[in-house]
Design a protein around this ligand. Sequence first.
Ligand code: PLP
Length: 237
Amino acid sequence: MVINVKDILENMNRVESRIDSACKRSGRDRQGVTLIAVSKTKPISMLMEAYDCGCRHFGENKVQELVEKYERMPKDIKWHMIGHLQRNKVKYIIDKAYLIHGVDSLKLAEEINKEAVKKNITAHILVEVNIAGEETKFGTSAKEAMELVQEISRLPSIRVEGLMTIAPYVENPEKNRVYFRSLYQLSVDISRKNIDNVNMNVLSMGMTGDYEVAVEEGATYVRVGTGIFGERHYETV
Ligand SMILES: *Cc1c(COP(=O)(O)O)cnc(C)c1O
């Protein structure tokens, strides 16, 4: 399937209006939800189409790809590192990523902190929770999340902004409602602890197949790739 310029505009409009409707259904303020266009494997020309539609939040899951696109695209874009981040690559994106979504260990957080100290910046991160307990997924367990957040909060150059999850792949998005609801509840439980340096204002959850349900359950960022840019073809990249 070839996606042309008109398709990206139409796709963006459709996703935006579905987010609107989900906000209305759940009595939420539309301003409280930000769409991240997940642009991994896609060429800059396609990202620029989304940019021209007003999109300023882009998500990438590979360090090198994020850095390349960062360098070649307008500087008012906010880049989200949504993939699993290896410790030895933190230094390349520390001052380029607006938000690092996939932090699931103290060791990774320590590395992020170290690089942030070097650059004299504060790194903004989300703790990734494997909310459905899937064996194949990264992320801390819901049980261990509280403790991990507490440990990370002691690192001076990191600010925990909230939680992120990748829900199971399902045909029927309703099946993920229970997981989105429990991530929301977990963030409420953590925020009640009033931990220094920890905010629970951000919930990054929902992808092409289930973002409307995620919005209904409190997502503040939805990460949509296929629904904007079409299918990804990894073999050609
Ligand atoms: C690829 C990816 C997405 C987007 O997935 P789609 O189903 O194409 O919308 C969202 N989040 C993460 C972490 C991803 O790796």
